[in-house]
Write a protein that binds this ligand. Structure first.
Ligand code: KG4
Ligand code: ZN
Length: 334
């Protein structure tokens, strides 16, 4: 048999997810149980609540993934699981579920880096071409990753403070928008105008690093000063102005890196890849040069297990195996 069927398990944050993927390129089933409703009233993910939900949901989601795929365990080649980074208590549920399953069903176990997963979500859309540049923008990460071959990741730029999604969520909170705030800011930005010129953090000339904390402070100060002067700022305009700053820096740095490293393809990954402003700006920028740009559909941008199975397939095919001592690693490096 030449086909590889890999089970993926993801519990690094607030989604309990199990998927089954064929050859790393075809999604057979992809089940995600979101906990957003449980965390909303706290304005963010509460780690202890996340872990408890993962425990409750794991077997249900697992059974549904197998039911939807109409596949038996005999046909499965390996179990891939997110081993980090993420919330340690949340990761532990997935890691232990994967270990138990792999042990009971006598299948190889493959630990996967969450960001490798986000990157490999793109491979369900299109085959990779190397060198490849990935812009990873999520609630916990903002990174430019260079790949010269499958399974090898070189971080050429990363955030020095807040992640892009984190900045979105914090600004949303200032505007009293519900958690997670990214999509709400995105929607508001679409109807507002860039009436405030917020700073762009370009950092050093040759650096591909990012910084969003200065922008965040600038938004706080602007809102605060306007209030003191009795001025009324429109939320739409704050959102549009904030988004313009984030999108411009992400787009320009990605473009510069793509040219400098002579990449054959650029992909975008992570929750913030769902951002309409970012998608439009990147598409416009890359249509000017002959480097193909790939942005996955919305359901593959946010956390899911198909992406973990996808990255896990490559790791499995490259002979990577995890031992029974596999542990959750909240600060795993790519
Ligand atoms: O990748 P993801 O689901 O989880 C992490 O691994 O972090 O990303 C979640 C992040 C949140 O910060 C959320 O606000 C942000 O992605 N996000 C967005 C949009 N949709 C989700 N940010 C901006 N615009 C969006 N449309
Ligand atoms: Zn993620």
């Amino acid at each position: 048999k030449n086909d590889n069927y890999i089970v993926g398990i993801e519990t690094s944050c607030d989604e309990t997810a199990v998927a089954i993927v064929k050859n790393g390129t075809e999604i057979i089933s992809n089940v995600v149980a979101s906990q957003i409703e449980s965390h909303k009233r706290f304005g963010g993910v509460v780690p202890e609540i996340a872990s408890r939900h993962h425990v409750e949901q794991m077997t249900i989601v697992l059974e549904e993934a197998f039911e939807q795929a109409a596949i038996e365990w005999e046909a499965i080649d390996a179990v891939a699981v997110t081993e980090g980074p993420g919330l340690v208590g949340a990761l532990l549920i997935g890691v232990n579920a994967a270990k138990a399953l792999a042990f009971a069903k006598q299948k190889p176990l493959v630990g996967v880096h969450h960001i490798a997963g986000h990157i490999y979500a793109n491979r369900f859309e299109q085959e990779f071409e190397f060198p490849l540049l990935a812009l990873v923008v999520s609630g916990g990460h903002t990174e430019l990753v260079l790949m010269k071959e499958h399974g090898h990741f070189e971080v050429i730029g990363e955030t020095r403070d807040d992640a892009a999604g984190e900045a979105y969520d914090k600004v949303a909170r200032m505007l009293n928008l519900p958690y997670p705030g990214g999509p709400h800011i995105d929607r508001l930005a679409g109807t507002g105008e860039e009436s405030i010129k917020f700073p762009r953090a370009w950092l050093e000339e040759e650096s591909f690093d990012f910084s969003f904390s200065g922008l965040k402070s600038s938004v706080i100060n602007t809102i605060h000063n306007a209030k003191q002067r009795g001025e009324e700022l429109k939320n739409e305009d704050i959102a549009a102005s904030f988004q313009a700053s984030v999108v411009e820096v992400l787009t320009e740095k990605t473009y510069k890196a793509a040219k400098q490293y002579g990449v054959k393809k650029v992909i975008v990954a992570g929750g913030v890849a769902a951002n309409q402003g970012l998608r439009t700006a990147l598409q416009k920028k890359f249509s000017e040069i002959a480097i193909p740009l790939l942005i996955p559909p919305l359901n593959l941008c946010t956390d899911n297990a198909a992406m973990i199975a996808g990255a896990g397939t490559i790791a499995y095919q490259q002979g990577k195996r995890s031992g029974w001592d596999l542990n959750a690693n909240p600060s795993l490096v790519l």
